[in-house]
Ligand binder design. Sequence first.
Ligand SMILES: Nc1nc2c(ncn2[C@@H]2O[C@H](COP(=O)(O)OP(=O)(O)OP(=O)(O)O)[C@@H](O)[C@H]2O)c(=O)[nH]1
Ligand SMILES: [Mg+2]
Length: 358
Amino acid sequence: MKVGIFGLPQSGKTAVFRVLAGRRELHDTHGEAQIAAVKLPDERLDFVARVFASRKATPAEIVFVDTAALHQGHADAKRGESLTALLGDADAFALVVRCFDLSSEAPGETATREFESLLLELALTDLAILDRRLERLEKDLRHGKKEVAAELELLRRCATHLEVGGLLARLALTAEEDKALRGFALLTQKPMLVVANVGEDDAGGGVLGPGETLEPLAARCGALGLPTVAFCAELEAEILELDADEQAAFLTDYGITEFARDAFVAAAFGLLGLVTFFTANDSEARAWNIPQGSTALEAAGKVHTDMARGFIRAEVIAHDDLRDAGSVAECRHRGTARLEGKEYAVRDGDILQVRFSV
Ligand SMILES: Nc1nc2c(ncn2[C@@H]2O[C@H](COP(=O)(O)OP(=O)(O)OP(=O)(O)O)[C@@H](O)[C@H]2O)c(=O)[nH]1
Ligand SMILES: [Mg+2]
């Protein structure tokens, strides 16, 4: 999974990146993009590795990309291209909204205004890409290329949707249209998650609730269907520097109940509808993320194309059943090790042993 971090200048993107990446040594690169791969700790994986006596355990990864500031009003082609190169394959975006040092009397409204201008930047970037393509298609149509009509109609619909302040992720499209559009790597077509980067005083969260300071922002995000998380990036980054005992004391002091990174990862999993499944043998136990509802065949394809091509059956054990039984042999004995076919919908925590021919 790859998550791009976007935000207005000085909103705290790099601070958020440091927290999510769990890297205190990363510093401000003054506008340069930076990338970090983070292993997702999962105690279920450690358990699976023990049961299978695996020599190593490989967790699933999230890649975070810290982007340079989007500069007001410059949705030029060049920037669009470099963003596309960096983030075209991102699975989701985190939109960072500055919610610290809001000096006005209505901080919630100020934060919401900053958020609106960020959305506008994203929409303008997409519009610049669509406009260039539309120009080309209109020319083609004038020269009698009738086959471009469908694409022209789709892209015009997208442009109109953006012009009235919509996000492409919320535009109703057929599966075919959705796929056609993906080729353009448009920013607002990706699933997005909003990070309210709050000040130290609000570090404990709760600021997004009804009647709280940031309720207007939460309401706007709610209307757009965007999930939100609130944390103080600077403070969370400081907490990372401490040892475990000090961390616990610090968290209590600030009323923080959950590490920002954990809350973010849970929200991202929910947003993308991801589940985790495991594969294991004596050399390696490994965790994988796939979209909810994926079949055993698709899961096999994630592991290896050969495994999908030669798929015969999968022996599936639910993680909880393996916990109860303590071994694969005992699961077989109890009948909780199931043989499933290609169409089986993989569930969170499943351990999959795929039988395939080569
Ligand atoms: N009080 C407070 N200050 C913060 C917080 N997060 C970031 N800052 C400060 O805001 C400034 C900008 O933070 P960065 O993380 O560099 O912001 P950025 O969005 O990466 O900035 P650019 O890459 O230049 O656009 C720095 O001086 C940070 O110390 C926060 O949670 N609370
Ligand atoms: Mg930065």
